[in-house]
Each structure stands twice: as structure tokens, then as C-alpha cells.
Ligand binder design. Structure first.
Ligand SMILES: C[S@@+](CC[C@H](N)C(=O)[O-])C[C@H]1O[C@@H](n2cnc3c(N)ncnc32)[C@H](O)[C@@H]1O
Length: 244
């Protein structure tokens, strides 16, 4: 897939250049024919194939009111007190992490794809100027890198580790929303489920919550303690009752 980094107004040049170096993609002053990461006065966006996307936590505000506790992720995580720590080990655009932070978790986010991390960093930065968002995103802390490598070397003390690696691709791409269509061009389905789950277990959380397709196999074939299903997705929870 052809990837181009484009700086439109000369703004954020250093960040764009660093991303070009990390990805090996050319730094240009106009959009390419494939996927373009565009740095301009409005922030960082992704465009290509007639689609445009950028992270925007404003669209999450409708989900954090009275209905927050009814979110499947929160019902599966079952937070029982305040002051809890969570790790989102496959952060993507941080929407699920936003729900966890809104529910009172201090959330560490790991994202290994440099382009997605740049988009998420920009969405978090823009959220700083919106009081309603900032009250939540100030509890979200992004680290760019592979959580399989980072989790075992960090002193996480996490109550919850959340895993949402990319699902296997669906045959009818028309069913996938625009965000996923563009982002799936950047990211492959999880190549090593076992390594990801092992790294999460090695970090000794109290719970690991995993998002799966409704009828998908368990991650790395590990049977969860319980599952909660919605219309198209399922959350599996592996609980470690003895974890301190
Ligand atoms: C399906 S998306 C996550 C979506 C996210 N839950 C949200 O609400 O926006 C999966 C993401 O996990 C990232 N990822 C997969 N394996 C990872 C790993 N080992 N370390 C860090 N990020 C990883 C991928 O790059 C991708 O952006």
C-alpha cells in the first residue's frame, strides 16, 4: 500500500518528518494516490480512496452519560471502585479507552502503528481545548510502541488490561465503516495472539478483557471466565481472583 506523509501549511513539520522517518514513507507537499497522512492547521488526518478520517472524541460524548454503565465493555470490566488503573494494549483510536477513562480508570494506551499513534496523539491534543473532553482525556496516557514488548518491562500495577487487536477481515468491506476501511489499509489482523495474551498475563492484572467478533474464537484459544455478548461483538473476561 502506498503511504505518503503530506505537510500542507508547513505546520507540524517536525512531527511529520519524524513520522516519515519511522514509516519510511516520503514527505511531500501534496496528497498521494494511496493513503495520505495530512498535517495541516487543523491537525492530523488520514485520506485516500475517497475517504477522509481524523480522530474526534466529541462523537463519544453521547455515550458517556447515563448509558455509560450499560456499555458492554463497562459491564464486562465491572469496575467496583474509583482509582483503578487500566492498560489498553491495542489502543487504535482510543475510543474504548475513552469509555474506561470516563468510568474512572487511569488508562495507559499502547499503540504500535506509528500512523495510528500520530492520529490518536492529535485527537488527544485537540481534546485539551474542550473542557468536557479534557476532563476524560487527561486520564488517558499514550505510549507509541508494541505492548507485547512494553508490558513485560513496565511496572503497570494494572487492575484491567484491555485487548482489542484487529479482527480478521470481513468479506464484505462495505459493512465496515469508513474509519476501519482506512485504518485496515494500515494495519494487519493480529499476527501473534498468543504473544499478546501472554504479555498481558505476565503483567499480573486482576482482569483481562478481550473484544472479539460475536462468533469469533477465543483469543489464543484461551477460555474466558465469562463473556458478555452484544449484537455483533462479544467481550471475554479472564479474571484472576487471587491477583493483588
Ligand atoms: C481494532 S484496533 C483498536 C480499536 C480501539 N479499541 C478503539 O476503541 O479505537 C486495534 C489496534 O491495536 C493495535 N495493536 C495491535 N497489536 C498491538 C500491539 N501488540 N501493541 C500495540 N498496539 C497494537 C493496532 O495497530 C490497531 O491500531
Amino acid at each position: 500500500m502506498e503511504l505518503v506523509i503530506c505537510v500542507s501549511d508547513g505546520v507540524m513539520y517536525d512531527e511529520a518528518e519524524a513520522l516519515a522517518r519511522r514509516t519510511g514513507a516520503p514527505l511531500c507537499d501534496r496528497e498521494g494516490d494511496g493513503v495520505t497522512v495530512l498535517f495541516d492547521r487543523t491537525g492530523v488526518s488520514l485520506s485516500g480512496y475517497g475517504m477522509k478520517y481524523r480522530g474526534d472524541f466529541t462523537q463519544m460524548l453521547s455515550r458517556i452519560g447515563a448509558g455509560l454503565r450499560q456499555e458492554l465493555l463497562i459491564r464486562t470490566a465491572k469496575p467496583r471502585s474509583g482509582g483503578l488503573k487500566a492498560v489498553d494494549a491495542a489502543a487504535g483510536m482510543g475510543e474504548d479507552a475513552f469509555l474506561l477513562a470516563a468510568c474512572g480508570y487511569e488508562v495507559s494506551l499502547y499503540e504500535k502503528n506509528a500512523v495510528i499513534a500520530a492520529l490518536l496523539r492529535d485527537a488527544l491534543r485537540r481534546a485539551e481545548s474542550d473542557e468536557r473532553l479534557c476532563a476524560i482525556t487527561s486520564h488517558m496516557h499514550l505510549t507509541e510502541g508494541d505492548s507485547t514488548e512494553l508490558m513485560p518491562t513496565s511496572d503497570l500495577g494494572a487492575d484491567l488490561i484491555y485487548l482489542d487487536p484487529m479482527f480478521p477481515p470481513r468479506r464484505k468491506s462495505g459493512l465496515i465503516n469508513k474509519k476501519l476501511q482506512l485504518i485496515q489499509k494500515l494495519e494487519q489482523p493480529c499476527g501473534d495472539e498468543r504473544a499478546l495474551l501472554d504479555a498481558a498475563i505476565a503483567a499480573h492484572p486482576k482482569k483481562i478483557v478481550i473484544k472479539r467478533p460475536l462468533k469469533g474464537a477465543y483469543l489464543a484459544d484461551m477460555k474466558p471466565s465469562y463473556s458478555i455478548s452484544g449484537k455483533s461483538i462479544r467481550y471475554d473476561c479472564i479474571a484472576f481472583p487471587d491477583a493483588t
